[in-house]
Design a protein around this ligand. Sequence first.
Ligand code: SF4
Length: 280
Amino acid sequence: MLSVKDHNRESAGLTYVYPVVSRRSGGLSVGINLNPNNACNWACVYCQVPNLTRGRAPAIDLLQLETELTDFLHEILEGRFLEEQTPQWARRLNDIALSGNGEPTTAKEFGQVVEIINKILKELHLLGRIELILITNGSQIHRPDIQLALKRFGELDGQIWFKLDRATPGGIYQVNGIKLSLKRVRENLVIASSLCTTWIQSCFFSVGNFPPAVSEQQAYLELLASFKNDNLPIAGVLLYDLARPSMQPDSAKLSNPGFDWMNQLASAIRDLGYLVKLAL
Ligand code: SF4
């Protein structure tokens, strides 16, 4: 039986497709993992991927992916999967999410994957009836092929969950393990939000029982305020703490900052005019 604490990408015994039950949606999410090699171009300190390595998605076997997704969706729609494998409250297909053990848009075949999803959803009459989500760190959005794929994804009503955990170069380096300027973050977000409905997705946690410094919170809120001033069409902010334990070396130092801390941050973001969904 699946549980909200279990995001094992191999739970269905498949390479690219895995099921997850989500309290947020109250249903079943079908994940597509384009990084079965556990390789990501970022190295987030809270990442839940075991044996995470720095790198890109491997070559994708598109035929296998298409077969896995088709068969698995048939099983959900016509078989006994929901009844036998999911808790009663989650027995509905909510979404297909491109998310996995690394950054999905590092896959060379990303555009072809979007077309495969489109084809299958059309065949199964699911287009427009379930959500389509891309969970991304946004790092590849400057690539013309990714922009073309995301334009298509947007036409299919796909939404982007764009990772933005901190708003200072130092904070980004500590949390996401990459050197990234705020100018680049803004450029990537401008492109993302011009192509698809885009949510900002942010994870906050304590290190050594200390929540993020006031200066980091301030920088984060100021960056969000500047997006508002620039009229960036951001759908809202998905605010997370550590839903599941990090699988990275510093995991023992990380903890949740607590309900009150997260709620105060959520209120401050709402005060800027954003819709906030808090997932604790
Ligand atoms: S971007 Fe995602 S997959 Fe990559 S290291 Fe961060 S949390 Fe893990």
